[in-house]
Design a protein around this ligand. Structure first.
Ligand SMILES: NC(=O)c1ccc[n+]([C@@H]2O[C@H](COP(=O)([O-])OP(=O)(O)OC[C@H]3O[C@@H](n4cnc5c(N)ncnc54)[C@H](OP(=O)(O)O)[C@@H]3O)[C@@H](O)[C@H]2O)c1
Length: 226
């Protein structure tokens, strides 16, 4: 059994991951704004304010942490012409700066455990998307954060994984597609439970090898049902 901290635990993918981890026998601590609605211990925190995280994590019982999963994100749709400084600041705070700060705060425990940090990034190939610069930019920064961390922590035995999920049937995807004016059929998407099961496997893999990057797509069989 491992102790796993999950951000974005109230979201579509995060909630499925919490369930999958618990079902696999792991101990989960959820981090979010409204964790009271989850059945696992939680840390109340707003990732829009990275500087508040040290206080939120203080005395939160994370000394025996094995793994940290960054699942939280926001995904506003706006042109560069329309995105104001508050939008950029919020996206970069929630999607990147708080991930860096959560990692920094938990690294001593993760080093002791020779543990694992897993970043849920954007869909494979998300780059140069009109009306999505803040989101795509934040995820590019998240990839760099993960890649630098992997190099820095290799000597301490901490494994770092980035997961790139294709369209996954969550509220966020529905909202994003609506904002882009695109049709949305959740039945053609990856089920959050399926993605969660893959992440649970990545976190529980034998110690001699690990997944540095994982791209997940809806299977052609699912697509052909259109
Ligand atoms: N769904 C997809 O198709 C897809 C594809 C590729 C990548 N992803 C990535 O997968 C991850 C999860 O996405 P999802 O689809 O599950 O989205 P979601 O359902 O909207 O969940 C997002 C999570 O982030 C949390 N969050 C947002 N702002 C926060 C804040 N200020 N403080 C604390 N928590 C905050 C939300 O908490 P609240 O409940 O408090 O709002 C929620 O738990 C994201 O990183 C997303 O970019 C998703």
């Amino acid at each position: 059994m491992r102790h796993v901290l999950v951000s974005g635990a109230t979201g579509g993918i995060g909630a499925a991951l919490v369930e999958g981890l618990v079902a696999a026998g792991h101990r989960v601590t959820a981090l979010g704004r409204d964790i009271g609605r989850l059945d696992v211990p939680g840390i109340e925190a707003d990732l829009a304010d990275p500087a508040s995280l040290a206080g939120a994590l203080h005395g939160a019982g994370l000394d025996d942490l094995h793994a940290l999963v960054h699942c939280a994100a926001i995904s506003p749709v706006a042109t560069v012409a329309d995105a104001d400084p508050e939008t950029w600041q919020r996206v970069l705070s929630v999607n990147v700066a708080s991930a860096a700060e959560l990692t920094r705060l938990t690294l001593p425990a993760l080093r002791r455990a020779r543990g694992h940090v897993l970043f849920v990034n954007a869909a494979p190939g998300t780059t140069g998307v009109a009306r999505w610069s803040a989101f795509a930019g934040s995820k590019a920064a998240l990839r760099e954060l993960a890649d630098s961390l992997r190099e820095e922590e290799a000597a301490s035995g901490v494994r770092v994984t980035t997961v790139y999920p294709g369209p996954t049937a969550t509220d966020l995807l529905g909202e994003v597609r609506a904002a882009f004016g695109r049709p949305h059929d959740p039945g053609r998407c990856i089920r959050p439970e399926t993605l969660a099961a893959m992440i649970v496997w990545v976190l529980g893999a034998p110690p001699d090898a690990y997944t540095a990057e994982l791209s997940v797509l809806p299977s052609p069989r699912e697509i052909s049902r259109r």
